[in-house]
Write a protein that binds this ligand. Structure first.
Ligand code: IPE
Ligand code: IPE
Ligand code: MG
Length: 239
């Protein structure tokens, strides 16, 4: 494959519908979804994807029934514990984006533990978007910049694209090259608004718990055939 995305982001959607389709409780859809995460992380590593960012829990997901939210948090802690060794063995660096302050302590502690233990790993950067909202991320960045302007740390004329990027949760991430959303929904749902400015979008009807490495390969192949012009003409790309 000649064109490989450096940064792949995934909106892992459809766990609930998968459960419904199989006459199971929503939670079992999430459980199966967590297993798929394992497989896709492994496959992304094999494909030498440098950055993989997964939407695990949005700021709007707090509006779900309390039981579902609690179970999702428990599942997350369990997955971090179970996958720790594999993450280390695969030289993966775990990062997170989103507001960690309002996450349950158990989740925060486990997450920070793995982030700390893997911070010098040089393999794939796996970023979990947790309690993440794209609009909130930009608003928070603007607040920090405004404060710096007010305190004369930055002058207003110097505020540019890079100033904003430096104040985002996702400041260490490159732009998204390929954004995948499963389940047939064709929307962004407030994910990575800034970093998807020129992302190639790939929507599949496959529900996340059914998504497998072949589906990832298919998305990567589809990406490799796209022509990214970034505002230029096709002729300019040939030069
Ligand atoms: C995605 O699956 C998982 C999370 C948002 C945490 P959903 O739970 O949104 O599944 P559907 O959309 O109800 O099928
Ligand atoms: C987006 O999925 C969030 C995650 C995958 C974590 P949702 O299921 O919450 O999005 P909407 O509500 O369908 O837009
Ligand atoms: Mg959904």
């Amino acid at each position: 494959m000649n064109k490989k995305p450096k940064h792949v982001a995934i909106i892992m959607d459809g766990n609930g519908r998968w459960a419904q389709k199989h006459g199971k409780k929503r939670f079992l859809g999430h459980k199966k979804g967590a297993k798929v995460v394992k497989e896709i992380v492994e496959e992304a590593t094999k494909n030498e994807i440098e950055f993989l960012t997964l939407f695990a829990f949005s700021t709007d997901n707090w509006s779900r029934p309390k039981d579902e939210v609690n179970l999702l948090m428990k599942l997350l802690v369990g997955s971090l514990k179970n996958e720790f060794k594999r993450i280390i063995d695969n030289n993966i660096r775990l990062c997170s984006i989103g507001n960690l302050d309002t996450l349950p302590d158990l989740v925060k502690d486990e997450l920070m533990f793995v982030v700390e233990k893997t911070k010098t790993n040089s393999g794939m950067v796996l970023t979990l978007a947790l309690n993440y909202g794209g609009k909130e991320e930009i608003v928070n960045a603007l607040k920090s910049i405004s404060n710096k302007v007010k305190n004369s740390i930055i002058s207003p004329q110097d505020v540019d694209e890079f100033t904003l990027i430096e104040h985002l949760y996702s400041k260490n991430l490159p732009p998204v090259d390929l954004l995948i959303r499963t389940s047939g929904e064709e929307r962004i749902s407030n994910f990575l608004l800034w970093h998807i400015a020129y992302a190639e979008l790939y929507f599949t009807r496959t529900l996340w718990p059914d998504f497998n490495k072949k589906d990832l390969e298919k998305a990567l192949l589809n990406y490799s055939k796209r022509e990214r012009r970034f505002g230029k003409t096709r002729e300019q790309l040939d030069v």
